[in-house]
Design a protein around this ligand. Structure first.
Ligand code: PRP
Ligand code: URA
Length: 210
């Protein structure tokens, strides 16, 4: 089963509390989401492999360490995932970006895919799927299935800001090879499949559409 990592850091907790507050406007919401994403990126990349190389400082030669291993592709699930992509890109500037467009049907809450575009040879890369909300888990599971089936990706992790236990269980059962990183594991879903207490509709709050 994929490991659930709840990234516990006072800065993340504080910034997330401001995001949750319904009085927080779109500009602050977007900035905080980007900042939290960067802080989470630090934890998500903790185990990246390093290799030894010889460099010359202005003083002498030395054995230094640089990142090695697979290159990284960040995959935001549109729309709300876009709000996390720039934080990750600032931390890992060599990462490229693939996009998956998905929205939940308002009645059934089932995800509907409307777009996908990945970089060349994405199957050789480590994939970081980003989306602020993991509610029923339908969108994340379908996005991961698409990456595996259409793009032949095999090395995938999922990063969310707020998750419901239902979503975590679904991803762990359908994609046991995928580790999950979240900033907060909330209580439950309500009758509209929104996370409680959550932060409302992430896409609408990022883009000011409601
Ligand atoms: C939100 C969110 C996730 C999805 C989570 O997107 O960004 O993609 O819901 O819900 P789930 O776990 O139940 O699938 P939404 O469908 O609101 O689309 P949007 O980002 O375009 O607003
Ligand atoms: N999508 C959101 O944006 N928020 C939720 O609480 C659930 C799904």
């Amino acid at each position: 089963m994929g490991k659930l990592n709840v990234v516990n850091h006072p800065l993340i907790t504080h910034k997330l509390s401001i995001m949750r507050n319904k009085k927080t406007g779109s500009k602050d919401f977007r900035e905080l989401l980007s900042e939290i994403s960067m802080l989470m990126g630090y934890e998500v990349t903790r185990d990246l492999p390093l290799e030894n190389i010889v460099i010359e400082t202005p003083i002498t030669k030395m054995n230094a360490k640089m990142l090695s291993g697979k290159k990284i592709t960040i995959v935001p699930i549109l729309r709300a995932g876009l709000g996390m992509a720039d934080g990750f890109q600032r931390l890992i500037p060599t990462a490229n970006v693939g996009h998956i467009g998905m929205y939940r049907d308002h009645e059934s809450h089932e995800p509907i895919e409307y777009y996908s575009k990945m970089p060349d040879k994405v199957c050789d890369r480590k994939i970081i799927v980003v989306d602020p909300m993991l509610a029923t888990g339908g969108s994340a599971c379908d996005a991961i299935s698409l990456l595996k089936e259409k793009y032949r990706c095999t090395d995938i992790i999922l990063v969310n800001i707020v998750a419901a236990p239902e979503g975590v269980e679904k991803v762990q059962s359908e994609h046991p090879d995928v580790d999950i990183f979240v900033a907060a594991l909330d209580e439950r879903l309500n009758e509209h499949a929104y996370i409680v207490p959550g932060l409302g509709d992430a896409g609408d709050r990022i883009f000011g559409t409601k």
